[in-house]
Ligand binder design. Sequence first.
Ligand SMILES: NC(=O)c1ccc[n+]([C@@H]2O[C@H](COP(=O)([O-])OP(=O)(O)OC[C@H]3O[C@@H](n4cnc5c(N)ncnc54)[C@H](OP(=O)(O)O)[C@@H]3O)[C@@H](O)[C@H]2O)c1
Length: 193
Amino acid sequence: MKPKIAIIGKGNVGSALQRGLEAAKYEVKSVGKDPARVRETAAWGEIIILAVPYPAVDDAIREMGDAVRGKTLIDATNVLTPDYQLALGFTTSGAEELQKKVPSAKVVKAFNTIFAEHMATGQAKGTALTLFAAGNDKEAKAKILNLGRDIGFDALDAGPLMNARWLETLGYFNIQLGYTLGMGTKLGFKLIR
Ligand SMILES: NC(=O)c1ccc[n+]([C@@H]2O[C@H](COP(=O)([O-])OP(=O)(O)OC[C@H]3O[C@@H](n4cnc5c(N)ncnc54)[C@H](OP(=O)(O)O)[C@@H]3O)[C@@H](O)[C@H]2O)c1
């Protein structure tokens, strides 16, 4: 049986992941800025994907409440200030700070290094992109790696949650390449190994 997936945030990322997961036969519910339904959707899901803008993370945590208890919580956010600078880094990460705020959940950092337009297929120009997943709970991370492979990604265990520091930096670099340096959002990272 595939786990039920709740997605908090139904913008570019939330909607693309929903399409990819539904194509892979997962049951998915997503919700936008709707506090009552955020809690209900998180309570329904067995895995929760957090796909809201970084400044909305605290609201989403509060709205989900204890619905996250014991569950795998995927942090897909890029930790950016409103003017697109890296908000944290090097000595901590958004994912580590999130884990401190929801200690009963199993936080896994994933998807933040990939542009939304590749999230429904896991592919860019016919090549499977690498989905890096960093987290401290091996079982939770294995679920995310499976889910990523089911969508079509080349899924890779990127080590403990602490490595979210480098995934968030890589996500920032992805944005630099795509937007600041004008290369567009068709690009993506593939780790050759
Ligand atoms: N776009 C990308 O290529 C990309 C790639 C990797 C990671 N990310 C990261 O993924 C996250 C989402 O990006 P996006 O491009 O999907 O953003 P987006 O298109 O602006 O969508 C954001 C979604 O979050 C919802 N939201 C805002 N505040 C909320 C709250 N308090 N509770 C519940 N939902 C709330 C919004 O709801 P409403 O629709 O109701 O306003 C909207 O559905 C960001 O952290 C971003 O940095 C983005």
